[in-house]
Every structure is written in C-alpha cells, then in structure tokens.
Design a binder for this molecule. Structure first.
Ligand SMILES: Nc1ncnc2c1ncn2[C@@H]1O[C@H](COP(=O)(O)OP(=O)(O)OP(=O)(O)O)[C@@H](O)[C@H]1O
Ligand SMILES: [Mg+2]
Length: 215
C-alpha cells in the first residue's frame, strides 16, 4: 500500500531525506517520530505527492512517484485523508460545508453528500454543530471537523501531521481515541508526533526519523 524505496530528496541544495526505505501495510497504525527538523513532515508530503524524490521511489496504492502524471495527483489525494496540526479549515464555511467541500468537487448528488457528511460528523460527535463556523469552535472541535473531512471519501489511510500539537491533554486524548476508532474500522493511520506520552500510551509500530534517515 505505501512503500518508500531508497528515497533521497533534496530541498534547494540540501539533502533532506537520505536513502529511506520502509512500508506501511493495509490497516496498520504507525507513528512517525523524531526531533524537530528530522524530516517527518517531508516524509508525509511524499505520500500525498507534494514533493518528489530525487532518487528512489514512493509507491502509494497503484501510483508511483516515478510515473504519476500531474492530472492524476487529485485522484491519488482522494484516496488519502490528510490532517494537520493547524486544522486548515475554510473560515468562511460552516462545519457541514467544510466536510462537504471535497464531495462537491467530485460531483456527488446533494442527497448523497448530506448522508455522507452527517455520517462522518456523527463519527466525530459533531452532528449538533454542523451549522457552526470554525471561529465558533474550540481547537479540539476544529480538529474533529478536519478528521471528518479527511474520512468522508473513505480513504485507505489517514496521514496526520502532529494532529494534537495545538491541543491540551483532554482534547489530545479525544483525537487519539477517534483515530484509534477509525483504525479499528480498517483505515490505516500514519501519524507524526513528538509526544513521548502518546508513544507510550498507544502501542503501535514506531518509525523514527533521525536527520533524514529511518532506523
Ligand atoms: N520548504 C522548505 N524549504 C527549505 N527547507 C525545508 C523546507 N521544508 C523543510 N525543509 C527542511 O527540511 C528538514 C525537514 O523538515 P520537516 O518539516 O520534514 O521536519 P519535521 O520532522 O516535520 O519537523 P517538525 O517536528 O518541526 O515538524 C528541515 O531541516 C527543514 O528545514
Ligand atoms: Mg513537521
């Protein structure tokens, strides 16, 4: 499902990833850890093909970094759910429309959009707040909207880049429990985190990035 083969990547003239090889299997939950600047976000960017290796290859389902065409990248991204530390919600749209946005782009019918959006809002326990705007929500609630948006297209994996980085302990726990639940339902999760507490509490495989290399 996801494979990195001897990936080496430069940004400007600096080598950021050095000969990285690993794979993520169907339905796995894997943590990506390592110090600030080690390369965790850069690894995730390769998976949604926002950046490409200079040597080696990244395989995501049936797409290869070596062969994918520009116009296929939206198709790839529709199979992934991406969640960021800073939520990245659209501030001028309410909760429902933030989640519906990517379904509308695919030309889905209104009735189907409503059914899917309400289903994922129920998953993150936000059905009651569907008409709220992001500024009217707490950080934890905004992150739950971002997770609902990430799962609405039934991705095979959630890529989460420090999803709890801006949250307090209670909200961190709530987000982790939602990610665990989504994973139990069969969706893989690859989550970048600094938090030793999270790594200790949730017994999943850990990939450590150290100065652009993995162990
Ligand atoms: N757009 C960019 N331009 C120049 N250098 C970059 C860029 N993006 C990342 N880098 C460099 O690549 C290296 C890895 O960055 P990356 O963001 O992947 O680290 P990280 O492990 O996610 O760090 P953090 O824990 O702080 O989020 C860093 O040295 C960073 O300075
Ligand atoms: Mg990062």
């Amino acid at each position: 499902m996801i494979e990195f083969y001897n990936v080496q990547t430069k940004i400007d003239k600096n080598i950021i990833l050095k000969n990285i090889t690993f794979r993520i299997l169907k339905g796995e939950f894997v943590f990506l850890t390592g110090s600030s600047g080690a390369g965790k976000s850069t690894v995730l960017r390769h998976i949604y093909m926002d950046i490409f290796p200079e040597q080696g290859m990244v395989i995501v389902e049936n797409f290869s970094s070596a062969k994918i065409k520009e116009k296929e990248i939206p198709l790839l991204r529709r199979k992934l759910g991406v969640v960021f530390q800073d939520f990245k919600l659209l501030s001028d749209r309410n909760v429902f429309d933030n989640v519906a946005f990517s379904l509308r782009v695919t030309g889905a019918k209104n009735k189907e959009i409503k059914r899917k959006v309400m289903r994922v809002l129920a998953e993150v326990n936000l059905g009651q707040k569907r008409n709220f705007y992001p500024r009217e929500l707490s950080g934890g609630e905004q992150q739950r909207v971002a997770i609902a948006r990430a799962i609405v297209n039934n991705p095979f994996i959630i890529l989460a880049d420090e999803p709890t980085g801006n949250l307090d302990a209670d909200n961190t726990f709530e987000i982790m429990e939602i990610l665990e639940k989504i994973n139990r339902q069969g969706t893989a999760v690859l989550m970048a985190t600094h938090s030793q507490e999270i790594l200790n509490k949730y017994p999943h495989r850990i990939i450590t990035v150290d100065n652009g290399q993995v162990d």
